[in-house]
Design a protein around this ligand. Structure first.
Ligand SMILES: O=C([O-])CC(=O)C(=O)O
Ligand SMILES: [Mg+2]
Length: 220
């Protein structure tokens, strides 16, 4: 058997842990309170989609939103990782979209139900190529952007995060053991908006990485 390569982490079947409301400007645009502790939810590894394949709009939503986010790829697992050692557990990064069925999420929120149908469906986690750790020396200060059909919709900087990457790694690992190949989505800045079938999404991290996805409807 050939050794697994972390640069293809999305094939490993590991978990995707997502942080919500980690940017005050996005919490505000959805009229959510600024959190005092990280808001967490999960996506299954079946949510991954890579460039070349489309983002599929679930048939049950009429308001699918993009959320551009910095993803942190875990290289060394651990439980109860102290903040001071957190970055030693990072193998690299990926640019990610946390695709969200906003109408379903709103319904779940109002009923006090979990967000699974809104966040964890097939193709809800488009990811870029793997970015080795050395290429982003300061992950707490990089700019992310997203365009829909060439129009800029999101533009933010990871310096605006409420909870830092070391804090998140430490916080999460206190109760969910992190494993090599896990991905942490660190939350989205403001500017989320709806996408439609045939839209072209383009997103990037400065001049470090860029990715393109088309939106489509699943075959019925
Ligand atoms: O759906 C939301 O607003 C929460 C979330 O994922 C984020 O802030 O990135
Ligand atoms: Mg998100």
């Amino acid at each position: 058997m050939t050794a697994r390569n972390i640069s293809r982490f999305w094939e490993w079947g590991r978990k995707i842990i997502c942080v919500g409301r980690n940017y005050a400007d996005h919490a505000k645009e959805l009229k959510n309170a600024i959190p005092t502790e990280p808001v967490l939810f999960l996506k299954p590894p079946t949510a991954y989609v890579k460039e070349g394949s489309p983002i599929l709009v679930p048939l049950y939503t009429s308001n699918l939103h993009h959320e551009v986010e910095l993803g942190v790829v875990i290289g060394k697992g651990g439980t109860a990782i102290p903040q001071s050692a957190a970055m030693e557990h990072v193998a690299g990064y990926a640019l990610c979209l946390d695709m969200t069925a906003r109408d379903i999420q709103d319904e779940c929120k109002s009923k006090g139900l979990p967000w699974t149908m809104a966040k964890a469906f097939n193709t809800s986690c488009p990811v870029s190529e793997f970015i080795p750790k050395e290429r982003i020396p300061d992950p707490g200060n990089v700019s992310l952007w997203l365009k829909v059909n060439d129009q800029l919709r999101q533009s933010g900087c990871t310096s605006q995060m409420i909870f830092s990457i070391p804090y998140l790694i430490s916080y999460i690992s206190d109760f969910i053991t992190l494993e090599e190949g896990d991905l942490i989505l660190t939350g989205t800045p403001k500017g989320v908006s709806a996408v439609q079938e045939h839209d072209e999404l383009q997103a990037g991290i400065e001049d470090i990485v860029m990715m393109n996805f088309r939106v489509d409807r699943p075959e019925q």
